[in-house]
Design a protein around this ligand. Structure first.
Ligand SMILES: [Zn+2]
Length: 240
């Protein structure tokens, strides 16, 4: 049991180290991740805006076509006006021309409004694509800056993880699982010493009978209060 406890304590040391290395790694890559997210946001906005601009250009072309058609119709009707002698027909045709003209004026106004909108869109598109370019450059240089550091850390973590798996394989699996649950729930401390009769994890006094058992190392014992795995450490000197 003494050996099993030692292995658990060694596993805990590795797990604590892994935890802090992973934290450090995520801190290092946080800036790159932020920049990446910003680039993606802008790229999406740019995409949406240029889609809207394409649709708007199509709509403008359609309006221009309708406007040109209307003008042809007006011209034709005016030509017919000069040939008609009948007063009533003349009036009716004149009215048709007026209606067409009004219609064309409406289309013209819409076209102009769309053109204004498009000006604004284009300015925003220009601004956005410049900003995006800048952000991409910033992202690239940030990535370059930390790339080596990240790679080294990943390699270190990977090596440590392999070491951990080897060690973990030598520990009874149900005990290991229990250890892992406690490690996660109790802030990375699952295996703790009992010193001067007190659990060093939660500072609770261990009942004397349990304390005696722990010193015997004949079984794995858990703190009745915090459920951590306990081992005995002498009051005076830390045992080698
Ligand atoms: Zn405890």
């Amino acid at each position: 049991m003494r050996e099993e406890i030692k292995r658990l304590a060694a596993l805990q040391a590795i797990d604590q180290e892994l935890r802090s290395q992973e934290r450090e790694l995520s801190k290092i890559s946080a800036r790159v991740d932020d920049l990446q997210a910003r680039v993606e946001r802008k790229a999406a906005e740019l995409d949406q805006l240029s889609g809207a601009e394409r649709d708007s250009a199509l709509a403008r072309r359609e309006l221009e076509r309708t406007l040109a058609e209307g003008e042809v119709q007006i011209r034709n009707k005016r030509m017919r006006l000069s040939l008609i002698k009948n007063e009533r027909e003349l009036q009716a045709l004149g009215h048709e021309v007026e209606v067409l003209k009004e219609n064309n004026q409406r289309i013209e106004a819409e076209l102009l409004a769309r053109m204004d909108g498009s000006e604004q869109n284009k300015a925003r598109l220009e601004e956005l694509s410049q900003a995006l370019e800048q952000d991409r450059a910033e992202l690239k240089s940030a990535q370059r800056e930390v790339a080596d550091q990240i790679e080294q850390m990943r390699a270190r973590i990977e090596a440590r993880r392999r070491e951990r798996e080897e060690l973990a394989a030598r520990i009874d699996s149900s005990l290991r699982q229990r250890y892992e649950v406690i490690f996660d729930r109790r802030g990375g401390f699952a295996v703790v010493a009992v010193k001067a009769g007190t659990c060093q994890g939660c500072r609770m006094r261990i009942p004397p009978q349990l304390f005696n058992l722990i010193q015997r190392y004949d079984a794995i014992h858990f703190c009745p209060n915090c459920q951590r795995i306990l081992y005995y450490e002498s009051d005076k000197e830390t045992e080698a």
